[in-house]
Every structure is written in structure tokens, then in C-alpha cells.
Design a protein around this ligand. Structure first.
Ligand code: ACM
Length: 269
């Protein structure tokens, strides 16, 4: 068995307190026995923005900002990889709801959330980078962010790109998202790691309760590990890469190559 250990951190960040939030996330991760640790969406900033000025003030440079610096130092010290959500300062004042993959030698990749939810559409520019898969040790890892779960095309593209694992930093608000992520894992025969946050964020921009229940799901759609709704903590599990790479549902039924893309043409639009 080719195995690889992955984990997630679940907790409640304080809005606008990047240093505190990054320290908390890394402290929760510290004792976790995992090669890759996933932290929630917008972990450094918090979620409920109230103005464009606030978004601009909290937006981070993807190479030199607080998340990049804190995760790079931890990844180097602990000789492993991290993925975490952060507000990314892009060109021309644009801000993206992004996640970065960081290893011992620094930031390796950034993903910009493709499907923005609700008021995120006021604060962020929709993602403009292709869905991509990255080597993390022996594994191939793709990233999605939170509401991307509602668009099965995104997970499918990562599966077709060869992902063994989808890392899914989240601030989930719908109670059925965790169950839907089991389906994303099942239909693509890969692992998913959803790192969600807890608590209710009450700010001038709105009041948003989050659902916790972060989880790791295997290629059969089974939940291997799931946190409680309000739990603060971290969990890890083994990933069987051979299982993720075997796309046969039965000996003669390979689910990816049995697709009929000729009949899916509307998906191209
Ligand atoms: C969400 O996409 N944060 C609900």
C-alpha cells in the first residue's frame, strides 16, 4: 500500500487578526501526524467583510504576506505541506478568495476560488486560474474552496487532471455540504479533505453561522474522520494512493474512461 497521511485543522478565527489566527491554526496542527495539513477558507482574515476598504486592508501578498510567511516557516520547520485559505491581493486592486499550497521550500501554488458565494461576489474577483494538480510527496493534490463543492464539474476536472486528493478549505454554511463532498469523493474515486470553521461571525456586514464537521472522505465516499460541529482541534488519516488511483468500479467498469464526453458537450460552454 502506498500511503500518505493528511489532516485538517478546525476552529474559529478572529476577524481581522491574522497573526492570532495563523498562530492558532499552526498550534492546533503542531502535534498532528500528517504530511499535508489543510486549514479553513479565509483562515487568516475571517469571513464576514463589511466594506471594500476592509477587504483591501486584509488582502495579502501571496508570496510575502502573513499567511505565506507563517506557513512557509512552519512547513520548513516541520518538513511538511500546508494548505490554507487567505484573501489574496492581486493586480489592479483585485482581491481573490484564495488558497495556497506551501511546502518546506515556500509557496508552491495558489488557487483562486472559482465559484463565489453570496456577498463574496461583492468583495472578491472570481478565480481566473486553471484547476490544477500539484505534487505533494508521493501524492497529487488539487484545491477547491468551500462553495466550489456545489459545482461537480470542478472536482471532476481535478480528477481528470489526476488528483488523488482534493483539499477543500471551507467556511461552510449549508448543512448538506459535507454529505455532498462524500459524493464528490465517490463519483471521482479520490480522497477529499474538508477543513471547515466553527462559530457564528457577527459583524456589520452580516451574521453567518458555520457548520464545523470537517472531514476526510475516502474514494468509496466513506467518512474516515469527522470533527464535531463546534469542536476546535485537528485530525488526520492515512490515504491509500493505490486506492485513489484505481478508477475501476468493477473489474470491467472503469468510471473515468467509461465516461461519454461526446454527449456532454453543453459542459464545454
Ligand atoms: C462559502 O463558500 N464560504 C459558503
Amino acid at each position: 500500500m502506498t500511503s500518505f497521511r493528511v489532516g485538517f485543522v478546525q476552529g474559529r478565527p478572529r476577524f481581522g487578526e491574522a497573526a492570532f489566527n495563523l498562530e492558532l491554526g499552526l498550534a492546533l496542527a503542531l502535534d498532528l501526524d500528517a504530511h499535508l495539513v489543510v486549514l479553513p477558507e479565509l483562515w487568516s482574515s475571517g469571513y464576514v467583510f463589511s466594506s471594500h476598504a476592509e477587504v483591501a486592508a486584509l488582502a495579502e501578498d501571496p508570496q510575502r504576506g502573513p499567511t505565506a510567511r507563517a506557513l512557509s516557516a512552519a512547513a520548513k520547520r516541520e518538513k511538511r505541506h500546508y494548505i490554507a485559505g487567505f484573501p489574496e491581493a492581486g493586480r489592479g486592486g483585485r482581491v481573490y478568495n484564495s488558497a495556497m499550497l506551501v511546502g518546506p521550500s515556500g509557496v508552491k501554488a495558489v488557487y483562486r476560488k472559482l465559484h463565489l458565494f453570496e456577498r463574496e461576489q461583492e468583495w472578491f474577483t472570481p478565480g481566473d486560474l486553471p484547476l490544477a494538480v500539484h505534487k505533494v510527496g508521493p501524492a497529487k493534490v488539487g484545491m477547491l474552496i468551500c462553495f466550489d463543492w456545489r459545482f461537480p464539474e470542478a472536482a471532476r476536472v481535478l480528477a481528470l487532471e489526476g488528483a488523488d486528493v482534493i483539499a477543500h478549505p471551507s467556511n461552510l454554511v449549508f448543512p448538506n455540504a459535507q454529505e455532498a463532498m462524500r459524493v464528490r469523493a465517490l463519483e471521482n474515486r479520490l480522497y477529499t479533505i474538508t477543513a471547515n470553521r466553527t462559530g457564528t461571525e457577527k459583524r456589520p456586514g452580516g451574521t453567518v453561522p458555520f457548520t464545523g464537521r470537517s472531514q476526510i472522505v475516502d474514494p468509496k465516499g466513506e467518512v474516515i474522520v469527522r470533527a464535531g460541529k463546534t469542536e476546535t482541534g485537528a485530525h488526520a488519516a492515512d490515504v491509500d494512493l493505490a486506492m485513489a488511483r484505481d478508477k475501476r468500479l468493477t473489474a470491467i467498469t472503469p468510471i473515468l474512461s467509461n465516461r461519454r464526453p461526446r454527449f456532454y458537450r453543453r459542459l464545454m460552454r
